[in-house]
Design a protein. Structure first.
Ligand SMILES: [Cu+2]
Length: 224
């Protein structure tokens, strides 16, 4: 359903969408039920000839039950959401699978710069490839990212991957993703970081193995 608006292009995108869908369905069902009962009672117990509208203060046990029973049911649904949320959190944020490559994501007002690992798959070596506002990764690779900021709070977000990570000055905020569909997707800063925040967009190109090799060769620093 959500994928008809934003494509699912990472290994954990479907899990995040299912979680959003679960929360939406549960809250919608309760909203509709609560409103139906609310307006149904207003209509049924309204003042009409031979019947006065009643003032109910909610202190009698038979009235209070209308709050306590649904409240307990909502708590049960809370626990159900929590189980799936913790599962997704562990999968996406806590477990860090062994990466195929690493990339540095650097936020500054108001652009993203990236340091690609190059052929040795390690950053901080002479074959690193530095780019501004364009990140290249290979489809199927598990990519570890290390996010740093040169100035203020930013947030690295790739909607098609259902990925969002705050980038905090003075820290390295790391994470991972595995792109599953080749294509070009939007990167957005999702933390209000100043007057240019709205234009702090970049793109991520998910290359096929061949186009990734071509890009790496074309952009390799001279002498490596
Ligand atoms: Cu920003």
């Amino acid at each position: 359903m959500i994928e008809s608006f934003v494509p699912q292009a990472s290994s954990f995108a479907a899990e995040i969408d299912n979680l959003i869908l679960l929360v939406t369905v549960i809250t919608m069902a309760w909203f509709v039920a609560a409103q139906a009962i609310f307006f149904g009672f207003i209509f049924k117990f309204r003042e009409k000839p031979g019947q006065r509208a009643m003032h109910i203060d909610g202190y009698k046990p038979e009235h209070k039950r209308w709050i306590t029973y649904p409240h307990n049911a909502v708590l049960v649904f809370d626990v159900i959401v929590l189980v799936f949320a913790v599962k997704a959190w562990n999968h996406v944020k806590i477990d860090q699978p062994t990466p195929n490559t690493t990339v540095q994501v650097i936020g500054q007002r108001w652009a993203w710069t990236f340091v690609h690992a190059g052929n040795d798959n390690a950053v901080g070596t002479p074959d690193d490839i530095k780019t501004a506002d364009e990140l290249h990764v290979k489809v199927g690779d598990i990519v570890r990212f290390e996010g740093t900021s040169r100035d203020t709070l930013h947030s690295f977000s790739v909607p098609a991957f259902r990925l969002k990570q705050d980038i905090i000055p003075g820290r390295v905020n790391s994470g991972w993703f595995q792109p599953t569909v080749a294509g070009t997707y939007t990167i957005q800063c999702t933390e209000i970081c100043g007057i240019g925040h709205g234009v702090m967009a970049a793109r991520i190109v998910v290359d096929t193995a061949e186009s990734y090799a071509t890009w790496m060769a074309a952009n390799a620093p001279s002498g490596t």
